[in-house]
Ligand binder design. Structure first.
Ligand code: NAD
Length: 478
């Protein structure tokens, strides 16, 4: 049995905090996976002071030199990838392959934004004034706060921190309570890469304490949040009330439409991968599927066979395809949501309303009404609601009839249907014959409706827009 990993705050370039709070391994509840410190207002204050003191000289550092530090951090993350991925499995529960992929994502993100140290950050315009040149350039916001969830505990902090840092901001990260170690690894890599003290800070602790203090502090010029819709909308009000910039990526209820002309096996592979990978705990996971009559039986047979391949197990055991659910409260939510659906008349083709510890087998529920909770509410687990629809139009309307709009998909061989779907579906990311989860790192990502603040996109070149503002400079040359 391995000894617990030890998470720490990173404040003003120092790894600090008495690590006393236990986080148990969701795969082996008798094992303490991580010990972490619990920060409060004093740690938030110290981190903001350090960030504010470091930010100007970081912004004045030539961008290629800032980029070189991010590239060095990517290199260190690569060298430490095995250790980080194992710690990530122990604190969050996903499989080692999924965790290794996630660390790889963080590495790629730092490579991408590190290379942007050489990119243009402005434009030159002609002027209507004689002897004058107009240029624009992007300026950092200053000190920014990042609040992140447990489900991608290194990738999400990385994809927020890297664009913030390359743009010349100083950062205070508040990671999720359940996954303090991944954020600690990220902080260590940046620190060891030579990032000046105070430019990147990590404060562990409760959302209502640490997160709230960051949101309210007037020295924090912007806040990027990923997490639940309820918390995000509350933070938005706080930031709006003091005129600060806010970016929210929140919940989802991602639907896939499977049409008669699709190949049943391929469609089932797309839907199963979207629904059950990462234990269904991805904001982009498929949680509702709309099926037209002609493909229904063949598709459901294939899907049930695939679901039975996702037997939950310890993510560190070779061959485990699906890890446990992250916490007691989440697994209880899964069980009661499935029980309620059964009580309302749904049929389970796979899975049951029960768990063994935090192990919960994937659920495929049919005879789910279009407006039933299983088809409308975010549960955030490996639970798929199958809803019958008569035709394409009814399926598209059902997918759009949701307060969420993060990802959506269609399985079809028809160019006409796939084109119409990509035009009319209300979602920030659309997939044709591909799982709703799984994203590239160099293209914009974000949702619409209650899934996002729908202001600034994350990832790729769009990501730096949130962390910068545009200055317009008129220079007389005569
Ligand atoms: P959560 O909203 O409970 O917590 C997210 C973060 O907010 C945590 O760090 C938490 O400590 C903090 N927080 C909680 N209450 C706070 C408060 N009052 N003030 C300030 N901070 C507070 O979400 P979670 O359970 O960690 O993550 C699951 C949710 O995240 C799901 O709804 C999922 O859809 C969403 N998510 C969305 C995306 C996306 O890109 N859209 C990606 C991943 C996860």
């Amino acid at each position: 049995m391995s000894s617990p990993a030890v998470a720490q705050h990173l404040i003003a370039g120092e790894l600090v905090g008495e690590a006393a709070k236990e986080r148990r391994n969701p795969a082996r509840l008798d094992q303490v996976a991580v010990l972490s410190p619990e920060g409060g207002k004093a740690e938030v204050e110290a981190a903001i002071v350090a960030a504010a003191a470091a930010q100007r000289s970081w912004a004045d550092t030539p961008a290629p030199a800032r980029g070189a530090i991010l590239l060095r951090a990517a290199q260190l993350l690569r060298e430490r990838s095995d250790e980080i991925a194992e710690d990530l499995v122990r604190e969050e529960g996903k499989t080692l392959a999924e965790a290794t992929g996630e660390v790889g994502r963080a590495i790629g993100v730092f490579q991408f934004f590190g290379s942007l140290g050489w990119a243009s950050t402005g434009s030159i315009y002609p002027s209507s004034f004689p002897g004058t040149t107009v240029t624009t350039r992007r300026e950092p916001l200053g000190v920014v706060a990042l609040i992140t969830p447990w489900n991608f505990p290194i990738a999400i902090p990385a994809w927020k921190a890297a664009p913030a840092l390359i743009s010349g901001n100083a950062v205070v990260l508040k990671p999720a309570e359940l996954t303090p170690m991944s954020a600690t690894h990220l902080g260590r890599a940046l620190h060891d890469a030579g990032l000046p003290a105070g430019v990147f800070n990590v404060v562990h602790g409760r959302g209502r304490v640490v997160g709230d203090a960051l949101a309210r502090d007037r020295r924090v010029a912007g806040l990027s949040f990923t997490g639940s819709t309820a918390v995000g909308l509350q933070l938005q009000q706080t930031l709006n009330s003091r005129g600060a910039r806010v970016q929210l990526e929140m919940g989802g209820k991602n639907g896939v439409l499977v049409l008669d002309d699709a190949d049943p096996r391929k469609a089932a592979q797309v839907v199963a991968a979207g629904a059950f990978s990462l234990t269904g705990q991805a904001c982009t996971a498929t949680s509702r599927v709309y099926v037209t009559p002609g493909i229904r039986q063949a598709f459901l047979e294939e899907l049930t066979t695939l679901a039975s391949g996702y037997t939950p197990g310890d993510g560190l055991d070779a061959g485990t395809k699906m890890g446990p659910v992250v916490s007691d409260s989440q697994v209880e939510r899964h069980v009661s949501a499935v029980q309620d659906a059964v009580d309302a008349g749904s049929r389970l083709l796979h899975g049951e309303p029960r768990a063994d510890g935090l192990y919960f087998a994937p659920v495929v529920a049919t005879e789910v009404a279009h407006d039933a909770p299983l088809a409308t509410e975010e549960i955030f687990g490996p639970i798929l609601a199958v809803v019958d629809v008569p035709d394409y139009e009814a399926g598209l309307a059902a997918i759009n009839d949701s307060p969420y709009g993060l990802t959506a998909g269609i399985c079809t061989d028809s160019l006409a249907y796939s084109t119409d779907f990509t035009n009319r579906v209300e979602a920030g990311v659309v997939k044709v014959n591909r799982p709703t989860s799984g994203l590239d790192l160099h293209v914009p990502f974000g949702g619409i409706k209650d899934s996002s603040s729908n202001t600034f996109r994350e990832q790729g070149h769009s990501a730096t827009d949130f962390y910068t503002w545009e200055k317009t400079i008129y220079t007389g040359t005569d």
